[in-house]
Design a protein around this ligand. Sequence first.
Ligand code: G6P
Length: 610
Amino acid sequence: MCGIVGAVSQRNVINILLDGLKKLEYRGYDSSGVAVLNKNKELSFYRKVGKVQELSNLVENKNVDGGTGIAHTRWATHGEPSEKNAHPHLSNKVAVVHNGIIENYEELKHELISSGYNFKSETDTEVIAHLLDFYLNESKNLREAFFKTVKRLKGAYGTVAFELNNPEVLITARSGSPIVIGLGYDENFIASDQLALLNVTRKFMFLEEGDIAEIKYNEISVFDVNGKSIERDIIESNLKENATVKGQYKHFMEKEIFEQPQAILDTLAGRTLDNDVLVESIHYDAKEILEKVEHVQIIACGTSFNSGLTAKYWFESIAKVSCDVEIASEFRYRDFVTRPNSLLITLSQSGETADTLAALKLAKEKGFMATMSICNVAGSSLVRESDFSFMTKAGVEIGVASTKAFTTQLVCLLLMVTAIGKVKCKINTEKEHEIISSLKVLPKQIQSIFKFDKDIAEISKDFSDKHHTLFLGRGEFYPIAIEAALKLKEISYIHAEAYAAGELKHGPLALIDEDMPVVVIAPTNELFEKLKSNIEEVKARGGKLYVFTDTESTFTDEENTKVIKLPAVNHITAPIYFTVPMQLLSYHVALIKGTDVDQPRNLAKAVTVE
Ligand code: G6P
């Protein structure tokens, strides 16, 4: 959440900063700001509530020209979205932007007020600006003052600052919030995400936790917390050029839904041979590790949590390994018992979710056999802090509501389940081949769902004026119903709940009336007859039903019941497959409602604060 861009160059950097902010807008979008310094030490400083476009409009015609600058797009944590709370924050001699939360800001604020500083905002960030100014008075040296400042900060931060009197130097620190340096010719850049800089460079240096770096147009110096000079690798980005453009699509979410066949193909590549799972593609030592696993503990947040819930069914029914799934923000604050030979799996699109990271750090002290992350961002904090990682190859996901990251997580989880089942001899070759071959045909099968896009768009009209929706599923389709309800809530702002269909009679039946559509995920499987009875319970009470099933089922349209029949697929991969029509349904409802699909109100793509 929140995005940072910085540049130090011989040319004017204002457009680089604004363009970078636009690329990061999905991380935070309630206000933004920019501070640019020219060689004559003249400062241009603008902040604006709303989207980055508002800031661009404000800056246009102001003839901003300068080679050193920092910019920020904000997702409010401390203090409402307002101009005074937007970053950068200025103190007498410095300008600062910051991602994260300074936990001891009240104590620092108190101290700074007694030293004569006036606070103009309600943010925690302003303490960094004043503290840096305070130490600059003492030492007159930016680097020295910055080290002293950083030593005083508790919490998570990725921060960039410059001194108003010292054009051509940016200073940055990473602690709990990512910072990447982009290398150019006679210019260098800083950002919280490489996506912001793809238009100006493809060479990056990822700072590690605790790193501090000083950046000039022709020089980059990196230091550890003690001020010792250190080297960091320079990496050529392999992100595709079109990763951050919508192309023919109206929204990133739409693009990402339609990218799923390719994302699944990419995720499977190199991980299977014929119809065998390649265990060593998980980790060179995977066989040895997985053989010992007696329990799997999954930790995640949001959509990633829902993929964990789905995988629990697979771990227990296919690999015969017990599995618990827990929300990271709960797990990290309770006393839990670590079972013998437990493998901890964290699931995350971004690899930067603060609660998931904290849960991982805690788990490492609590005797887990090994920690593994299934993640979409190489080099992210979660990947770096886990013993090993199994990457989803979804490509950049920009829509705040996660789609292709979810389905590719499920693919990785199913590969993991197959690998554990195989090395522990819980599945035979026939089963292994069944799973892998059904994963391989999945991209094509998902492609065939897109032919139903128009039908789904048609039924979405029935939802747009409703205030509530109920999603039902059984077995591993219950978590898919939970994910479907989450998607509808996130982007259409309709209250939606998911229930295990067998639980209807214990409460939710009381809610059934013609104003609450009921969506049922009903593939033909061993629970189909049970689910049919649950559907009858809804029908008998006048509920309006939308049944997503397959061509093998006997459901037909009738009064108050609309049926979408998709081509039947293997029951093991069916949860991944049935996710897609649910994504399309919420997307079309949101389109009709006219909400901000890619940047829904109050939400952020990566939640890097608690
Ligand atoms: C935020 C996003 C969700 C995401 C969740 C977990 O809430 O809006 O789409 O599922 O964070 O994020 P992660 O990156 O850890 O999967």
